[in-house]
Each structure stands twice: as C-alpha cells, then as structure tokens.
Design a protein around this ligand. Structure first.
Ligand SMILES: NC(=O)c1ccc[n+]([C@@H]2O[C@H](COP(=O)([O-])OP(=O)(O)OC[C@H]3O[C@@H](n4cnc5c(N)ncnc54)[C@H](OP(=O)(O)O)[C@@H]3O)[C@@H](O)[C@H]2O)c1
Length: 300
C-alpha cells in the first residue's frame, strides 16, 4: 500500500484525487480511463488529505512536523493561491503560498524520504510562442500568479515531479462551467473571448493522471491536460449547448472588450503538448469535449 499525503485536499483537484486514490470514480470521471493500464482498488493507497485548515503550507514548522509524523511515500501538493487577478495586488501572499509553500513541501519530502508531485500551470509561459508548448520551452510568466508558480517549481528538486496543467474544471470546484450553467438556467446570455486559446482539463481526468505518477517514480516536468486546443469562446459555446442553451447564447468577443479589464494578463495561447506523457507509455488523455460531456451529464 502506497501512503499518500495530499495538500489542498478541499480544492477542485484535491476532492477528485481523494476519490481516485480510494478507488472511486469522481463525479464526471471516466471509469475506462486508466492511463497506467490498471484500475485502482481501495487498498492500493492509504491517503491523508489535508485542507488549508489542517495544514497551512506557508508554515515551515507545521509542514515538517506533519510530514515527519505521517511519513508518506508520496506527497501530492495541490495547495495553491489560485486567484489569478487578486494576485496582482496581493503578490506577497501569492508568493508565500506558491513559492515558499512549495519549497517547504519539497524540503520536507527530501528530509523524510517522500517523493513530491507538485502541480503547476500553463501560466508559466507567456503564450506568445504561436504553437503548442512542450516541457522544454522557455518560461516567461506575464503575471504574479504565473511568476509565483514558476518560483515554486524552481524550489523543487530534480527528483520531484512537476505537473503543469491548464484551465482546470472540477464538478465540485469554483469554475466557469458552473457560471455558464447558472446563466443558462436564468436565460442570461454570456460573452466569452475568442483570443485566449489553451487546453481545458477536467479535474477528474487530471486526478487519475496524478495517481499514475504516484505509481511510477518519474521526476522532472510533465504536461498533463485534456486533448484538444480551443478558445474560451468555444468552451463556453459547447458547455452552453450541453446545458441546454439555444444557439447564439454565447457571444464571441476579444480580450480588449472585457470591461472592467481583468487585473492579470493571460497568455494568448498556452495549449500544452502531452507527447512526453504518451511517450512514457501512459494512455492519451481524454479529449476535452468528452470531459465536458461527462461534466454536464453529472451536473444536469
Ligand atoms: N484552477 C486552474 O485553472 C488551474 C490551472 C492550472 C494549474 N492549476 C494548479 O492546480 C492545482 C490545484 O488547483 P485547484 O484548481 O484544485 O485549486 P483550488 O480549487 O483553488 O484549490 C486550492 C486549495 O489550496 C488551498 N490553499 C490555499 N492557500 C493555502 C495554504 N496557505 N495552505 C494550505 N492550503 C492552501 C485552498 O484552500 P482555501 O480555499 O481554504 O484557501 C484550496 O482548497 C494548483 O497547484 C493550481 O495552481 C490550477
């Protein structure tokens, strides 16, 4: 039995990961998606999920005490400051969580012989490459959140696993799909941008992928995202249709039309290649459209 400690366990990925590691399929998950070739049974992992209330990852003493007490084989570090716009005026807190907190977990994992799996973001890229990103591409984050996540990556060790993912949406999380579903229910049309392009990722699929890394000791940087490159407009339009909206419910706009303008600059194109993941022998990630259909079916 592999002993796993999960930080940020109440977040959208955390809740799905606790299900996956317990051998359950999270709501909206795909029971056939077994990227490492076998199902997870309830006694494969013993899991301790820690919420923000249980463990503040910025508290170095508490982190070392907790990891020293639990003595996990694997730490999946999901705790993060994820409020991208708020971060622009709250950089100190954002860096404390995303840089120092991640460093605390890497140090404690090293000290107590655990392997760290830390989740990072497509926002470490500036999005100006004009093509799909691979793990070896240059980073150049354009906002505080991206800079803090990159700083966190740099506090990790070569043997740690860094999983960069993007546009994460979980059934039990706060995300744009719930906003769209609520607007459809109230028949209030929405506007979404056509000029931000990336790879949507469903928390249930990401959680199952993270469990695969818990089974296989693969250090370094990995992209994990659902397959398919798309814009926020297309995500919103597809979601609105799934939630029963009529045609034309989502109006296309460009980022410059957003009012008020968001505080943080987003990468214009930050879709992630998962070629490295597939080359390591893992099953390809599901298409984002399939993830969205499962999400909608579970929510409707
Ligand atoms: N969401 C996305 O679109 C996205 C995209 C790319 C990468 N990621 C990365 O994916 C990972 C998981 O994201 P998510 O979407 O599950 O985020 P989430 O739903 O915002 O969950 C993050 C969790 O971290 C907790 N947290 C915040 N500060 C903490 C602290 N100081 N100590 C301990 N816990 C703390 C939060 O608790 P409170 O709410 O109680 O503070 C929350 O439960 C993160 O590393 C994130 O950066 C997310």
């Amino acid at each position: 039995m592999i002993k796993v400690l999960v930080t940020g366990a109440a977040g959208q990925v955390g809740q799905d990961l606790l299900d996956v590691l317990a051998g359950r399929i999270p709501p909206g998950g795909d029971p056939t998606f077994q990227p490492d070739g076998s199902a997870i049974s309830p006694d494969d992992f013993s899991v301790m999920g820690l919420t923000h209330h249980d463990l503040d990852v910025t508290d170095v003493v508490a982190v070392h005490r907790t990891v020293g007490m639990v003595r996990p084989d694997i730490i999946v570090h999901l705790a993060a400051y994820t409020a991208v716009d708020k971060a622009e005026s709250d950089a100190a807190t954002c860096f404390a969580v995303n840089e120092v907190g991640t460093g605390n977990l890497s140090d404690a994992a090293f000290e107590f012989g655990a392997r760290l799996i830390a989740v990072s973001t497509d926002y470490v890229y500036d999005g100006r490459k004009g093509a799909t990103y691979v793990e070896s591409d240059a980073t150049n984050p354009s906002g505080v959140y991206g800079r803090s996540k990159l700083a966190g990556e740099l506090r990790c060790r070569p043997q740690d696993t860094i999983v960069r993912t993007s546009w994460v949406m979980g059934l039990r999380g706060r995300n744009v799909l719930h906003v769209i579903a609520d607007r459809v229910a109230r028949n209030e049309p929405v506007r979404f941008v056509t000029d931000q392009v990336g790879t949507p990722t469903f928390a249930a699929d990401l959680a199952r992928a993270l469990a695969s890394f818990a089974r296989r000791p693969l250090g370094g940087i990995w992209h994990v995202a659902n397959r398919g490159t798309t814009s926020w407009f297309t995500v919103a339009e597809t979601a609105a249709r799934e939630f029963g909206a009529p045609a034309g419910f989502v109006r296309p706009i460009v980022t410059d039309e957003l009012s008020p303008a968001p505080a943080a600059t987003r990468p214009p194109r930050s879709d992630l290649s998962t070629q490295k993941w597939e080359s390591a022998g893992f099953e390809p990630m599901p298409e984002w459209t399939a993830g969205l259909s499962r999400f909608a079916a579970a929510r409707n």
